[in-house]
Design a protein around this ligand. Structure first.
Ligand SMILES: Cc1cc2nc3c(=O)[nH]c(=O)nc-3n(C[C@H](O)[C@H](O)[C@H](O)COP(=O)(O)O)c2cc1C
Length: 186
């Protein structure tokens, strides 16, 4: 299995780190692209060295490299995740713009009818973002906001990150083991 992971400039890059670490532990190949906006947020939020984030994928691509393998539908993947998905990238995906590798790869993923999971993070959502979420949904994407539940009684931040990772990977039929599942009310 091979997944494309795009990280864009939303607050919430720890969600991407958790996802990539989980995929690595599961020995799933990842093609990672980090937007300039994501690099800016990562630095601003004091998450550490960008090189540490870049090292989490199996293969790293530049967001400016529109000739990369994942820009073509003939390169086979099992789908793509954009986490976090900024409002700007969401708008581009909703409209089919492909001026960066992340948005081009998302367009290709929809074109090939492979699963595309978008993890927006904004609060509150302005109307254009809500409209773009609906457009992306109608185009075939799954909109899965970074909004962890609390029914698995989380104790640590990693439990909250794990909830989102588990729900994202559920979309690909991957059992991540990152979340205790709801088994009905007791
Ligand atoms: C510190 C910081 C935090 C940000 N947080 C968010 C956010 O939570 N959600 C969002 O949609 N945009 C956020 N932005 C704005 C995006 O990074 C900005 O719109 C950027 O152009 C997105 O480009 P990209 O989609 O190519 O990464 C943030 C920007 C900064 C500098």
């Amino acid at each position: 299995m091979r997944l494309v992971v795009g990280i864009t400039g939303g607050s919430g890059i720890p969600y991407a780190v958790d996802l990539l670490q989980t995929l690595r532990a599961l020995e799933i190949e990842t093609h990672l692209v980090i937007s300039k906006g994501a690099a800016r947020v990562y630095t601003t939020e004091g998450r550490g060295q960008l090189a540490d984030l870049e090292a989490l994928g199996s293969t790293l691509h530049s967001d400016a490299d529109l000739g990369a393998s994942i820009a073509s539908g003939s390169f086979r993947t099992s789908g793509m995740i954009i986490v976090p998905c900024s409002s700007s990238t969401l708008a581009k995906v909703a409209l089919g713009l492909g001026d960066t590798l992340i948005t081009r790869a998302a367009h290709v993923t929809l074109k090939e009818r492979r699963p595309l999971v978008l993890v927006p993070r904004e609060a509150p959502y302005p109307r254009p973002m809500l409209e773009n979420m609906l457009r992306a949904f109608d185009a075939g994407a799954t909109v899965l906001p970074a909004s962890p539940g609390f029914y698995h009684t989380p104790e640590r931040v990693s439990d909250l990150l794990g909830f989102v990772t588990a729900r994202v990977l559920d979309q690909f039929g991957i059992e991540s083991g990152r979340m205790r599942r709801w088994e009905g009310s007791r």
